[in-house]
Design a protein. Structure first.
Length: 378
């Protein structure tokens, strides 16, 4: 008891200055000092770690590659590269080491889930600004529904990261930035025993889906179909204009860059779904339109994987009707390099007709799944 009392007395002695009344002037000076100290500490932490690579790569820590929307401008600004992989969640699982090895390039990724045409336009323009002479090759996963979106500017919350301000206050004092500072420290501290943290620190796997997050199997695919309640953006007359403004114009204006565009291999059930929604004709017409326009451009080719039955009809490759496993990403790279899947306008039209015929084999099974919603208990 005496030891406890002695300890309590010391604590009270230390805290006693805080319990005594102070003058208004003293309190204001003390409070202002605390606030300024906190602000300076935030500034120092953000500058030191620089989670979004605005000024430099992280100092004293390994860089965390997790928040693509915030990090892409910094990566474009501060990394050495001559090739970029652009695309939506269908391209997030490409491995940079594989890209570099297969194509003999030095690449980065500008891949963001839900990528819109407007966001791709912003990413490409900024890459050209940061690396006007060094960018030699672009790989672009083309989702037609991405270019059907209007007004989805995914970079907008991070607009300050595209500027040249010496002190962007939004960067230093946003909860998003401070949260990423904290995540960077935690990832570095736990990487020795945490495979997810190891992946976050791996430059070659930047922005990939976290290990174990998804299961790719027929069961996962079928469950996702039963649960589907969000419809993809349907293409309309403006989609062709968006293709021209946000994609094709960049290819025409940059003849020194080689563009490898590819149509991702969605599952056969994706096409069944478009038929169910009444959008199959629009998608078919836009596939053909894109192929015809790319065929006019000497510095671009289109690789069409949407009628690769070994992939699209093997439902164990997918977690839902569009997203395939990382193994398929690796296969896509090899197929692009082979050059066997470069498709002209005529070839794409033939594949479009084949897709329309093939989906008839799976249409009944899809409708059975889509109309059979799971119970809440499951």
């Amino acid at each position: 008891m005496r030891l406890l009392q002695k300890y309590q007395d010391k604590v009270n002695w230390v805290l006693s200055p805080l319990t005594k009344p102070v003058s208004a002037g003293s309190y204001l000076r003390w409070f202002s000092g605390v606030v300024v100290s906190v602000f300076l500490l935030c500034i120092a932490a953000v500058w030191f770690v620089d989670p979004h690579i605005y000024y430099h790569r992280a100092i004293g820590l390994k860089q965390v590659f997790d928040n693509s929307q915030a990090m892409i401008p910094g990566i474009m600004r501060h990394y050495d590269y001559d090739a970029i992989m652009f695309g939506s969640s269908m391209t997030q699982n490409f491995n940079i080491r594989e890209i570099n090895h297969i194509f003999g390039v030095k690449s980065i990724k500008a891949t963001t889930a839900g990528l819109s045409g407007e966001t791709f336009d912003q990413y490409f323009r900024f890459a050209k600004k940061c690396n006007p002479d060094g960018l030699k090759r672009c790989f672009i996963g083309v989702d037609i529904f991405s270019f059907a979106k209007i007004g989805e500017q995914l970079w907008e919350p991070y607009d300050h990261l595209y500027g040249d301000s010496l002190f962007p206050a939004e960067y230093f004092f946003s909860t998003d930035t401070l949260g990423d500072v904290f995540d960077a420290v935690i990832a570095n501290c736990t990487a020795g025993r945490n495979p997810v943290a190891q992946q976050q620190l791996d430059f070659y796997q930047m922005f990939s889906n976290r290990i174990g997050k998804f299961r790719y199997s027929r069961e996962s695919m079928e469950w996702s179909i039963r649960c589907m309640d969000q419809l993809p953006k349907s293409p309309d007359k403006s989609t062709r204009q968006n293709f021209e403004k946000q994609l094709l114009s960049h290819i025409r204006e940059n003849p020194q860059i080689k563009f490898d565009l590819f149509l991702p291999p969605y599952s056969i059930y994706f096409w069944c779904f478009q038929k169910k929604l009444g959008h199959l004709d629009e998608y078919s017409a836009l596939r053909n339109f894109l192929a015809e326009e790319v065929g006019k451009l000497p510095n671009a080719v289109l690789h069409d994987f949407q009628a690769e039955w070994d992939i699209v009809c093997n439902l164990d490759n997918y977690k839902d009707i569009t997203h395939y496993s990382p193994a398929i990403n690796s296969e896509i790279l090899r197929k692009i390099h082979s050059g066997k899947y470069i498709s002209s306008g005529i070839q794409v039209k033939k594949s479009t007709n084949l897709i329309r015929k093939k989906l008839e084999e799976y249409d009944a099974a899809f409708l059975s799944l889509y109309g059979n919603k799971p119970s809440r208990k499951k």
